[in-house]
Design a protein around this ligand. Sequence first.
Ligand code: NDP
Length: 292
Amino acid sequence: MTAVLIDGKAFAARVRAEVAGHVARLKADHGLTPGLAVVLVGEDPASQVYVGAKGKQTVEVGMASFEHKLPAETSEADLLALIRRLNDDPEVHGILVQLPLPSHLNSDLVINAIDPAKDVDGFHISNVGRLGTGQKSMVPCTPLGCLMMLRDHLGKLAGLNAVVVGRSNIVGKPMAQLLLGDSCTVTIAHSRTKDLAAVCRGADILVAAVGRPEMITGDYVKPGATVIDVGINRIQRDGKSKLVGDVDFASAVQVAGAITPVPGGVGPMTIACLLANTLTACCRANGLPEPQ
Ligand code: NDP
């Protein structure tokens, strides 16, 4: 048996097209242009690539993109002052501070300085609390993209056993909250979990967010399970640089019922969800109905 491929690239293109349609209507009917401000501190090469892709796709869906590239030695006071200006700017509906920040900056302090209504990454403590208590919030983009793909592929998720491998604040924990919100029976596994393979084999839905290249092999997968691979790892193979996930695709595809590839799975959905969150923030800020 070979698993069905869940095509995140095509799904993300659909989401972006829907967002672009909503943006066009907001402009035509209300004279509003959703705006996303992205703040990058320092010259981390991967972050520069992500920020470039975010800016390009923001403009492509018709939104305004505001990029703030600051030197690595930027002080906390200067960064907080910029965030205050963006919080007060009516043309900015979403603010994203690219992580990781240089080590002299306190990420928690910086993220919690963002107006929660503009926190399109969903990392502000008040959005985390709202998500955990089932209140309307901004939902972190990567887990939101995973949930959308799962709903699209499986329909209703209620009652399914879901195992999330990884307990980070940006992926694992919010992913588990979202699956719980859809009435899955959720297990969160991590580096101290005993017999991880056996835990994973109990999963109808297996989400890998570990940061270890190809760690989750086919023998971790229950036959027919839906596997979502969040991992993005750059490795050297046969003298070439290659992107691989946290799942060993070659063996898992033989066992799973459906699986996301890397690249072309979760990655493209993350930016699409960022744009969708910015649109939502713009609608909420202007008292307009939120796009479904
Ligand atoms: P973190 O490093 O913050 O968290 C990794 C988690 O995996 C931790 O909870 C850790 O456990 C757990 N873990 C590590 N080793 C093992 C192991 N041997 N067995 C079981 N669990 C283990 O990573 P992130 O959550 O930030 O990211 C995870 C992956 O997702 C990375 O590959 C990252 O590049 C990718 N990513 C992709 C995105 C996308 O857009 N597609 C966006 C964000 C991340 P413990 O807590 O016990 O240490």
